[in-house]
Ligand binder design. Structure first.
Ligand SMILES: Cc1cc2nc3c(=O)[nH]c(=O)nc-3n(C[C@H](O)[C@H](O)[C@H](O)COP(=O)(O)OP(=O)(O)OC[C@H]3O[C@@H](n4cnc5c(N)ncnc54)[C@H](O)[C@@H]3O)c2cc1C
Length: 379
């Protein structure tokens, strides 16, 4: 789409933000509607979506996140024909470690996990060390093992959404920062760095900037808090094959690591509140990650091959915000996916598209939608 073509273009729906949230809902919507995505950066997926740890965990997050994660499984395991040439998920397994001084948390944690995941097992030290022989035994008093945890191919999922969106006739406009969002004559008028677009419905999929985007439309914030999380890649010692290890974290979520192409992806599981920005890793967080992981896994990590940080954006109750804003006709929220936006993307984007087009929902969808509406923050 050239600059001149965009000026004055009218769509059924404008989606603001080309991360997994925007791409997912736009793919769903474009089957039956004229849809445009506008993105500030020159490439889609540049912010949080391109920076995830790529894990699928059914026992992670709030109850509604867990429901959405389970509901996403069928799509991830068997996406529609032509969606992707490669599998979207791969077997991995996840091990949550418990030290002797953390044993008082174990029963409660196990009970909560088993409510959704009857298959999770409690492992003894011998079984833990058989899975990850390089662990310090002091970190392996017990563990909870979820054999159903998977690795996600984030790029394949994201590109599948975007490619399908384009094939369905959708327009993606990059380098198009949204600067104004005004309403008049039954339409939203979205002024971007590359011209104006118009539609009766606008979707706020702006990630860490979702509250700022709402402010452009004259709407007060819903309390989005972006939280920085750091990740790094380290090379294991020569001769140590980590490729079959599970994803490993600790019961207090102080760190995690998992195999990544023969190396280890590590994180201090930091949750530092941040302004919306192009997040960068801090030296201190990298040092904390190495310290915590070296204690559990004494490998003699000397060199970090690569590090990055991204913003996981939460509202107060930890569940996403999805639905029309009762304060402004046609203004739809799809934000606050926290640390679960990839693993929930198939089910969440489908539900969001049905809500945004006011389709009738079935029983489970109704229950989930009721838990996600923006009205829960509007007194
Ligand atoms: C280190 C880390 C590990 C993670 N691990 C996992 C994991 O294992 N599993 C999982 O499911 N999730 C994980 N997540 C979370 C997941 O990555 C996010 O939930 C998801 O990517 C959020 O997607 P989004 O589309 O909402 O945000 P983003 O990808 O940030 O997209 C928002 C887009 O909106 C654009 N935008 C903002 N304002 C404007 C404007 N004014 N005009 C135009 N465009 C605008 C931005 O440029 C951006 O591209 C992790 C995140 C991090 C940081």
């Amino acid at each position: 789409m050239s600059d001149s073509e965009t000026d004055g273009d009218t769509f059924d729906i404008i989606v603001i933000g080309a991360g997994i949230a925007g791409a997912g809902i736009a793919w769903n919507l474009a089957a039956d509607a004229r849809v445009a995505i506008v993105e500030r950066e020159d490439q889609p997926g540049y912010h949080t979506t391109g920076r995830s740890a790529a894990v699928y965990l059914k026992g992670y997050g709030t109850e509604v996140i867990r429901d959405l994660t389970v509901l996403s499984e069928a799509f991830l395991a068997g996406p529609p024909a032509d969606f992707s040439e490669v599998p979207l998920i791969h077997p991995r397994g996840a091990l949550t470690l418990v030290r002797p001084d953390q044993m008082d948390r174990l029963d409660r944690y196990l009970a909560r996990q088993r409510r959704h995941l009857p298959h999770v097992e409690r492992l003894d030290p011998k079984a833990i060390l058989a899975m990850v022989p390089a662990l310090d035994p002091a970190y392996a008093a017990a563990a909870v093992y979820d054999g159903d945890a998977r690795d996600l191919d984030v790029d394949a999922i994201f590109q599948g959404f975007l490619r399908g969106f384009r094939q369905r006739g959708g327009k993606l406009l990059t380098s198009a920062e949204v600067r104004t969002v005004d309403h008049g004559n039954g339409l939203w008028h979205v002024g971007t760095a590359r011209g104006s677009l118009h539609a009766p419905v606008v979707v706020n999929a702006a990630g860490a900037w979702a509250d700022e985007l709402a402010a452009l439309a004259g709407l007060g914030p819903l309390g989005m808090v972006p939280k920085r999380r750091t990740a790094l890649i380290v090379r294991p010692p020569d001769g140590l094959d980590v490729s079959g290890w599970p994803c490993v974290d600790d019961i207090d979520e102080q760190f995690y690591f998992r195999p990544e192409a023969g190396k280890l992806l590590c994180s201090p599981a930091d949750t530092t509140p941040s302004e919306p920005c192009d997040a960068q890793p801090e030296e201190l967080d990298i040092a904390i990650a190495i310290d915590r992981i070296e204690r559990a896994l004494p490998l003699g990590i000397r060199r970090v091959e690569r590090s990055w940080a991204g913003l996981r954006t939460f509202v107060a109750d930890g569940s996403p915000v999805v639905g029309f804003d009762p304060r402004a006709e046609g203004f739809f929220w799809l934000a606050g996916q926290g640390g679960y936006g990839i693993q929930t993307s198939p089910a969440l984007s489908q539900l969001a598209a049905r809500l945004a087009t006011r389709l009738e929902l079935n029983g489970k969808e109704l229950e989930i939608a009721a838990a996600l509406g923006p009205d829960r923050f509007l007194g």
